[in-house]
Design a protein around this ligand. Sequence first.
Ligand code: HEM
Length: 174
Amino acid sequence: MGWLTLRRRAEAPAPSVVPAEKIGAYAEHTEDIDTPSSPPQPGQPRRFLNTTYHLADPSTPDSALPYISPKILSELEEQYKSSSTSPPTSLPIWIVINNVIYDCSDFIHEHPGGSVVINSFVGQDCSWQFWRFHSKQHLVDYGRVLRVGRTEGVRNRFKEPARYIGLGAADEGW
Ligand code: HEM
C-alpha cells in the first residue's frame, strides 16, 4: 500500500498545535552514556544510541543545526520497524524534510493529519509528501520548533509521481 492511499480526514479537528513563537525551545547538543529507565515524558529531550538530542532554538538557521549522519537515521528506521512495542515509546520519531530532521515525538499526538503518516516515515525522507499537504508557512509555524538536526542523502522510499500541470497553468507562464 502506498502512502497516497491514506485517506484525507473529512472531519479532522482544527489544529491544536502551538505556534513556534509560543514555545521556549532551546538549543543544546549533549552526549552521555546513561540508559533511560523509562520512556521520555512530553517535552523531554529524546535519546538515541546513547546521545541526547535537544530541540534547536527557533532562531538557529538550518545550516547551523547539528549534523546527524544518515547512518543514524537508517539505524533508527530499523529499530523502529523491528521494535516489539508498536509504536515504540523509547525511540525518537524523527522524519526528514529537505535535509532537516524534525522530532515529532510529541507533535505526532497533535498532528491534524494523524499519526499514521508520520509513523510511516520514521528515519526517512518525506519531503515531497510533506509538500503535497503543507505550505512553507506550516513548517515555519509548527515545524521550526521541532528541528533537532540536519542531514544529507536520506532516502525517500517512494518516487515522486509527476505533477499534472494543466494548459491553464502553461498559459500563465509556468
Ligand atoms: C514536521 C512535520 C509536520 C508538521 C509540522 C505538520 C503540520 C501539519 C499541520 C499544521 C496541519 C494542518 C494544516 C491545516 O489544517 O491547514 C497538517 C495537516 C496534515 N498533514 Fe502534516 N505535518 C507534518 C508532517 C506530515 C507528514 C510527514 C505528512 C504525510 C506525508 C503529513 C500529512 C498531513 C495531512 C494528510 C494533513 C491533513 C491535510 C488536510 O486535511 O487537508 N504531515 N500537518
